[in-house]
Design a binder for this molecule. Structure first.
Ligand code: BES
Ligand code: ZN
Length: 642
């Protein structure tokens, strides 16, 4: 963004903030004043997880010049921030946590006064920098430290290739401040550029246009290479991401491809052959893909999530490499975030459902387009099933506030709110709208929503205003009838939610019943079962199968050796519940060989629920596995295994 454009943007924001909706009618189809109200609402919203005061001075661009040192496990260098300041701004406040700030200067190198506030463990420390009159650029010289949570430095043994180390970042939700001193709020969108210096035998990638795929020489440092990146669209800071490793690249379609450790590249390429088709299906639904390329980076097994929608470059767990493309819905999900999440972004973490609920809905639609309705419906039923269990857990454990789509997260780590609620209740809300309005109208609304708010951040309140204008057409009776406010703001599930159904899964229930009544594993009619069918089968088994029945299932269907991580996980859960000894080595192996929180956490919980042997096993396995896990996973498991 040019300084002039930045000034204009700030001016328009200020106008929105002071004069409200009427001031910036930018396009001719916007007549009603309400049309502009959503962004006025967003501008007034306070992000409870950031110290920034963007009305006074906001970051609009970050330029990184960092060197990765795998010996000390630090990134060190400078972040040059471009600011948009109010006329008499005296200071800018950045978010930082666990950073070693060495100096702050203006663009010409003159030192600026700065102070690190007290802050707190969750949010880190506000970095307040005194601004000279009219300052537009500040340079922060800094190093990351061991206490940071965004970066994971892997030893060679923790990688697939075993020979070279690996580094990756995870910014969502509030970790970016532990590797970049910036205003770490999803409502403060920033373009970014970067130059990253790494050891010569490693490749750096980022969630941005990759300007130097081969890297460049570094003057005077023959053992290093530099990679440069450019993100020209303003993104939320949690979407700034980096990975460094022994990476290779394989193209898929003209706009899609896969990065992976060289040891994993062939498997990854074979698994992800439908990316371009997914991309085209998504564009057909909700408008053009706005980010140039769409590539997937397969990470080492300690990656704590299934996937992370870093712009232009989804980060994904290797646990979806099943060998038969059966788990690629995760790619559909992360791709969908290119619209819901990256293009239109939750303005605070209390609006997280705007990212995830929309994305689960959108994921289902992509799966229908690229595969078929049966497959999408099965996934919807599994999601609904998980949601019911989650709602029950949250209510039973006194956390019913977290059954809201819009929780109050003041003084609460956004990660504590993470559950199926924003995902599946959010998606159920959109499916309720779909059932009422029909796909044609809902799709037109969603496509319009992505267009109206492209490259902007959105709150739940602002979304409601937009929904009233463009879908409900200000019909307040209809709003009541559809229980819109109840959906968005209240606990639990409104009674007009529509449970998804699946023929294919109903058939599975019959097979489960037959097995419970004594049929042998071999006699079941399960030939050709897909992954969701097996998942449903395994999650619906009763708790009281005999060891013989468990052995029969495993002998016939080989669950303990499944290459499909979802099936293996569901089976291992049953094995623990049934104290089925022969599968316990597989439990251990699964827990030490990957660190995906979605699998690891429930398995440790199940073990801890078995007094004696289970608790002992949890402790001994965790002692072995913990060093290989990511901070995010450790943070959760530390509270379970003790
Ligand atoms: N954006 C999330 C991952 C995330 C959420 C990371 C909150 C940190 C904090 C990503 O899109 C996601 O939802 N991943 C899921 C898989 C998906 C198919 C439901 C996961 O990681 O399990
Ligand atoms: Zn998601």
């Amino acid at each position: 963004m040019t300084a002039k454009a930045a000034k204009a943007l700030f001016a328009s924001l200020a106008v929105v903030m002071t004069l409200g909706a009427t001031a910036i009618l930018t396009s001719c189809d916007r007549k009603a004043p309400e049309d502009n109200a959503p962004m006025a609402i967003v501008a007034k919203t306070v992000d409870p997880h950031s110290y920034a005061r963007p009305q006074e001075a906001r970051v609009s661009h970050v330029d990184l010049d960092l060197t990765a040192d795998f010996q000390t496990k630090t990134l060190a260098g400078t972040a040059t921030l471009t600011l948009i300041t109010e006329a008499n701004a005296k200071q800018v406040i950045l978010d930082t946590r666990a950073l070693d700030i060495e100096a702050v200067t203006d663009a010409s190198g003159s030192p600026l006064k700065f102070t690190l506030g007290k802050g707190n463990a969750m949010m880190g420390k506000p970095l307040t920098i005194e601004l000279p009159q009219g300052a537009q650029k500040i340079v922060v010289k800094y190093k990351t430290t061991k206490d940071g949570t965004a970066l994971q430095w892997l030893s060679p043994e923790q990688t697939a290739g075993k020979k070279l180390p690996f580094l990756f970042s995870q910014g969502e939700e509030i970790h970016t401040r532990t590797w970049i001193p910036t205003q770490d709020s999803p409502a403060i969108r920033q373009t970014y550029t970067a130059r990253i210096v790494v050891p010569r035998d490693l490749m750096a990638v980022m969630s941005a246009e990759r300007l130097t795929p081969e890297g460049e020489k570094v003057q005077g440092h023959a053992n290093q290479r530099a990679y440069r990146f450019d993100m020209k669209e303003p993104v939320a800071p949690y979407l700034i991401a980096i990975a460094v490793g022994d990476l290779g690249f394989a193209p898929e379609g003209s706009r899609t491809g896969v990065y992976a450790e060289k040891a994993t590249l062939a498997a990854a390429k074979a698994e992800f052959t439908d990316m371009q088709a997914m991309l085209e299906a998504a564009e057909k639904l909700y408008g053009p893909y706005r980010w140039g390329r769409y590539d997937v980076l397969v990470l080492p097994p300690s990656f704590p999530f299934g996937g992370m929608e870093n712009p232009t470059l989804t980060f994904a767990t290797p646990t979806i490499l099943a060998g038969d493309k059966s788990l690629v819905s995760l790619i559909a999900h992360e791709l969908a975030h290119s619209w819901s999440g990256n293009l239109v972004t939750n303005a605070t973490w209390e609006d997280f459902w705007l990212n995830e609920g929309f994305t689960v809905y959108f994921e289902g639609r992509i799966m229908e387009e690229v595969y078929d309705k049966d497959r999408a419906d099965m996934l919807r039923v599994l999601g609904w099933q998980d949601l019911q269990a989650t709602l029950k857990d949250l209510n039973d454990s006194g956390k019913s506030d977290f059954t809201r789509l819009h929780p109050d997260l003041r003084n609460i780590d956004p990660d504590d709110y993470f559950s199926d609620v924003p995902y599946e209740k959010g998606a159920a809300f959109l499916r309720m709208l779909e059932a009422h309005f029909g796909r044609k109208k809902l799709d037109a609304y969603l496509k319009g929503y992505f267009q109206r708010f492209a490259f902007q951040s959105m709150t739940t309140d602002a979304f409601l205003v937009d929904l009233r204008t463009h879908l409900l057409h200000n019909d307040s009776d209809l709003e009541k009838q559809l229980k819109i406010r109840q959906w968005l703001y209240d606990k639990g599930m409104p009674d007009n939610a529509i449970p998804p159904t699946s023929e294919a899964l109903n058939e599975v229930s019959a097979q489960v019943a037959a097995f419970m009544e004594g049929a042998s594993a071999k006699s079941l009619s399960v030939q050709g079962y897909s992954s969701p069918q097996w998942q449903y089968f395994l999650t619906h088994l009763p708790d009281n199968l005999s060891p013989d029945q468990m052995a029969d299932l495993d002998a016939v269907y080989g669950f303990s050796k499944s290459h499909n991580s979802e099936i293996l996980f569901a089976w291992l859960q049953q094995a623990i519940k049934h104290q089925y000894q022969p599968a316990l080595p597989a439990v251990r192996e699964f827990l030490v060989s990957q660190g995906r929180r979605k699998y690891v956490v429930p398995l440790y919980k199940s073990l801890m629920a078995q007094p004696g042997w289970g608790v002992d096993m949890a402790k001994s396995v965790y002692a072995e596995a913990r060093p290989g896990y990511h901070d995010v996973t450790r943070g959760t498991v530390d509270d379970i295994v003790k």
